[in-house]
Write a protein that binds this ligand. Structure first.
Ligand code: SF4
Length: 169
């Protein structure tokens, strides 16, 4: 990815000001077809905003470059998985999909929340898997976990949904 000038009043700009690729050669992130993305991915692995970067790329349909440690073929797979995901937002009356339910149940045990990688581990997912990241995005969109940052915590609505789901069996 390449970074535009920082506007401190813009939340997205402030986020990307923390990017590990800030100052890196953009060509590393835009390799020719058949080229290696290993160097870019190695930078992304040390990035504090990799999850937000990935969300940004998926939400904005970025069709070029490495984003959140993912190449374009990997991003295409994640986009397909997102499209397949339930389009309707989760609400208190809906049955939670398995991944979201697992994550919320883990968070129910930790009112102070968990770091993203810890949460993935406790939920039985890889923190970089599309399933885990899609589930987090859907939970965020539905307002069942905090919108961004770490630790990740269930919101009041999230706890209510867990209880509702448990009562519904
Ligand atoms: S995840 Fe990679 S591409 Fe995205 S901001 Fe971080 S270093 Fe840059």
């Amino acid at each position: 990815m390449s970074l535009a000038p920082i506007n401190p009043s813009d939340e997205q700009d402030v986020l990307f000001a923390l990017a590990a690729c800030l100052g890196a050669d953009p060509e590393i992130f835009y390799v020719e077809k058949g080229g290696s993305s290993a160097e870019a991915k190695s930078i992304c692995r040390g990035c504090r905003v990799d999850e937000q970067c990935l969300d940004y790329a998926l939400e904005n349909n970025e069709l070029h470059g490495i984003w959140g440690g993912h190449s374009q073929p990997e991003l295409r797979i994640l986009r397909r998985e997102r499209r397949r995901a339930t389009p309707t937002p989760i609400d208190g009356d809906a049955r939670l999909p398995k991944a979201e339910k697992t994550i919320l149940n883990v968070l129910a045990q930790f009112p102070n929340g968990r770091a993203r990688r810890q949460l993935a581990l406790l939920s039985g997912y890889s923190s970089t898997s599309g399933g885990f990241n899609n589930a987090l995005s859907k939970l965020r969109t539905a307002g069942l976990i905090n919108k961004s940052g770490e630790p990740i915590k269930a919101t009041t609505e999230g706890f209510a949904t867990i209880n509702h789901t448990r009562q519904a069996g």
